[in-house]
Write a protein that binds this ligand. Sequence first.
Ligand SMILES: [Zn+2]
Ligand SMILES: [Zn+2]
Length: 220
Amino acid sequence: MSLRVESVCLGPFETNAYLLTAEGSPDCALVDAPKGAAGHLLDEIRSRGLRLAQLLLTHGHWDHMCDAAAIREATGCQVLAHRDDQLMIEEIERVRARYQAMIPWLSDADFRGCKVDRWLADGDSVEVLGRRLEARHVPGHCPGSLLFHSPADRLAFVGDAIFQGSVGRTDLPGGDWGALLGSIRSRIYTLPPDTHLLPGHGEPTSVGEEMRSNPYAKPA
Ligand SMILES: [Zn+2]
Ligand SMILES: [Zn+2]
């Protein structure tokens, strides 16, 4: 059953959400929940008669989890994330001031904590649409950054760890440049070179392409 991945760019930081479907399956899954996902993507999912089974969060930054609570409530989907971002995801109110300073027009409805149903650690497997996704812990941009790798589909959802020709910023609270470079070298550049990388912002790339040309993260 081949996996179909649709990318939707949403919210004030142009965050990519990825809708995962597979032919013949009544289920679908979502990677990340930017502002607007609960309206736009849930309408789309409903109109196709699909059931959202899982919401995978690549990390706890607001632009990736804003609509998670609304989506979980509306669908009963399972939410998965790394425990090191627990505060940002479940208790967003406590870090709200930081975001509000950047985007003052946001309202209470934009800061809703989302309960996480399953905490993932490095190397854990998640069963998604009949295939096994491997979770890899890639801290540095966020302490709880995860990537989700599907060996069968030769792709990985990498959140904000690495982008086409760039890497995630490490100047936000909890960011750590040394940790990020280590994560990229040990957890991303060790994937097969033909693995497609689907990032949290911007265009897709591949492991081989970034190993060759990423100016910030050269292979060790
Ligand atoms: Zn981020
Ligand atoms: Zn982001």
